[in-house]
Design a protein around this ligand. Structure first.
Ligand SMILES: [Zn+2]
Length: 124
């Protein structure tokens, strides 16, 4: 069994649900949810409410920490690539959505998560 981790929502324990209740009858308390997997906040929050509450508390600080966008980002033909698959003939290709260019990809290239960089450049 995989290791349990706590929901990172700062107010998770304040949401009154049955599954958060712990302790004997005379000393009930609510605890932060603990699971092997979460599906919100990149796998770190138990639900959308906890995800939103995390953002309300930490979002601005996270932007300050990792760096804000301070000038316009620009999409050009050099970073307008995406990976696509034609379900009619099962061909895989890189598609440039500014120039509409198609470049055939091998299955290995198609499966490579790094074939398109984070900023949209084709990495062949
Ligand atoms: Zn939570």
């Amino acid at each position: 069994m995989s290791q349990l981790k706590y929901c990172q929502g700062p107010k998770c324990h304040t949401h009154d649900t049955k599954d958060r209740k712990r302790g004997p009858k005379d000393n009930k308390r609510n605890e932060t949810r603990r699971r092997s997997r979460f599906h919100y906040l990149g796998g770190n929050a138990c639900d959308m409410r906890c995800q939103q509450e995390w953002f309300d508390v930490y979002g601005s600080r996270a932007l300050d920490h990792f760096g804000r966008i301070t000038e316009a980002k620009v999409l050009t033909k050099d970073n307008a690539w995406s990976v696509r698959r034609d379900w009619n003939n099962d061909n895989r290709y890189a598609y440039n959505y500014l120039t509409e260019e198609h470049r055939p990809l091998t299955q290995q290239q198609y499966d490579n998560e790094n074939i398109i960089t984070n900023d949209g450049q084709l990495n062949i």
